[in-house]
Design a protein around this ligand. Structure first.
Ligand code: HAM
Length: 454
């Protein structure tokens, strides 16, 4: 038997109704905050993530699905080959430029996106979106990371991603944007019925602060590093900040003694952070400061945050995000401060209090034609009733009535509508409530209204 690959899942009904419930609510909330949808490719150049997310991050060093893609070269090869052989057959010199063989050996490195921020910033630069001022984007789609699967952690998972990006003149750097994003998240979680979340907040400063912090970390790590895991020994040299991503239990007591970034923030970063907190207080969004929260991606500057939820066990981050004021420049674009977040939709659905039953819509009515000649009449009725926004399921004229009743019951239909010769002649149909057993004859013109009435 062929099974779905490790770390991937089939999302099937009725569970998909919960996903649709979440996505519809999220779209409503984004609309109120003037966010608009983007759909960028599911794969991008590997270089985008290496430069964007960071060479030394776990995502880039261990988790990406990357392949060498020969396709473009193959097309060139074939075209050149066909032209060369045609020319040979026709006894003429080949037209156009033939691709020399040594060029054909090349490939392009592509990667399934492990996250969406780098792709959005790539699109911002590629389409010169600074002309539009402040851009407020959201997107919903799959991401891919080769992680060890467990509850709440998959290799294909879904993110609801939001990004605010624009030139400095658009106000993209303002702490008001940070606070708006955090308040949006709180509204969104409330809206889908998630209670008991914790907002963990920190500022990771700017590159100047980071350089000072990394130096201090190097010094603090020097006497203890040989007691730490091999990954940390490497990080201590290449990018000490990433030591905070370490999950090895034995390393945690050492990490707890390391200096924190808050001691190294310059005046401007400190003031920015204070203003974010003061607006959060004004809109009454509770938060907990976590000076060790640095997030596992290199592009973050200043505000960094996570929303955690107790019901999720080890993978307790429903979402994470922060500022990335230097990312556009790092990818070769103009200065474009930005801030965003990504919700792990799989985790959000796991934490939902709403039950599938409350959001899964079952058929309002099952139409049972009594005899093969009546399929057309049944289809006509279904068409009329569906126009009234009723959920209608159709039986088949070859079914015996008992089989239609069983089918209607199995799918949880509220009513069964019987379409026999006599009913068609009278233009009135037997409508039976499957829960109460009550049966009435209803004129065609009153059917929809009768079924809509609960
Ligand atoms: P991230 O923290 O890597 O940030 O991922 C965001 C969220 O995606 C996590 O909090 C978690 O809920 C979910 N997630 C991550 N990996 C998995 C997995 N293997 N299985 C299930 N869920 C997972 C980012 O991706 C940034 N791009 C967020 C951002 C946007 N920052 C600024 N803008």
């Amino acid at each position: 038997m062929i099974k779905a690959p490790r770390g991937t899942r089939d999302l099937l009904p009725p569970d998909t109704a919960l996903w649709n419930f979440v996505e519809a609510a999220v779209r409503d909330v984004f609309r109120a905050y003037n966010f608009h949808e983007t759909r960028t490719p599911i794969f991008e150049s590997t270089e985008l993530f290496a430069r964007g997310v960071g060479e030394e991050t776990d995502i880039v060093t261990k988790e990406m699905f990357t392949w060498e893609d020969p396709q473009q070269r193959y097309v060139q090869l074939r075209d050149s080959y066909i032209e060369a052989s045609n020319a040979f057959k026709e006894g003429r010199p080949p037209s156009g430029k033939l691709v020399p063989l040594e060029l054909l050996a090349g490939t392009q490195s592509l990667t399934l996106r492990p996250e969406n921020t780098a792709g959005i910033v790539r699109a911002y630069i590629e389409h010169k979106l600074w002309d539009r001022g402040l851009n407020k984007f959201f997107s919903i789609g799959p991401m891919f990371r080769r992680e060890r699967p467990q509850k709440g952690r998959y290799r294909q998972f879904y993110q609801i991603d939001a990004e605010v990006i624009g030139p400095p003149s658009s106000g993209s750097e303002s702490p008001a944007r940070d606070a708006e994003i955090l308040e949006l998240v709180a509204t969104l979680l409330d809206r889908v019925g998630i209670t008991g979340w914790t907002l963990q907040l920190n500022s990771v400063g700017c590159p100047v602060d980071r350089a000072k912090f990394n130096e201090a970390l190097k010094q603090a790590l020097a006497p203890v590093i040989d007691k730490m895991c091999v990954d940390c020994q490497r990080r201590a040299v290449t990018n000490p900040l990433r030591v905070f991503d370490c999950k090895v239990p034995e390393d945690q007591p050492i990490i707890a003694t390391l200096p924190t970034i808050s001691q190294f923030l310059d005046e401007a970063c400190r003031a920015h952070y204070e203003e974010v907190k003061s607006i959060l207080n004004a809109v009454q969004i509770p938060y907990v400061e976590n000076p060790r929260l640095v997030r596992g991606l290199d592009y973050y500057t200043r505000t960094a945050f996570e929303f955690t939820h107790g019901s999720l066990g080890a993978q307790n981050a429903i979402l994470g995000g922060g500022r990335y004021d230097g990312l556009s420049k790092a990818l070769g674009g103009p200065a474009a401060p930005g801030i965003g977040f990504a919700i792990g939709e799989d985790r959000l659905v796991l934490a939902l209090a709403a039950s599938v039953e409350s959001v899964y819509r079952k058929p309002d009515v099952y139409i049972a034609p009594l005899g093969p000649g009546l399929n057309g009449e049944a289809a006509r009725l279904a068409r009329e009733l569906r126009r009234h926004d009723l959920v209608v399921e159709l039986g088949d004229g070859s079914f015996r009535l008992k089989k239609s009743f069983e089918a209607a019951d199995k799918m949880g239909a509220r009513y069964i509508l019987i379409v026999g010769e006599n009913e068609v002649a009278a233009n009135a149909f037997a409508l039976k409530n499957l829960a109460s057993g009550e049966q009435v004859t209803v004129p065609r013109s009153e059917l929809a209204e009768r079924i809509l009435r609960k």
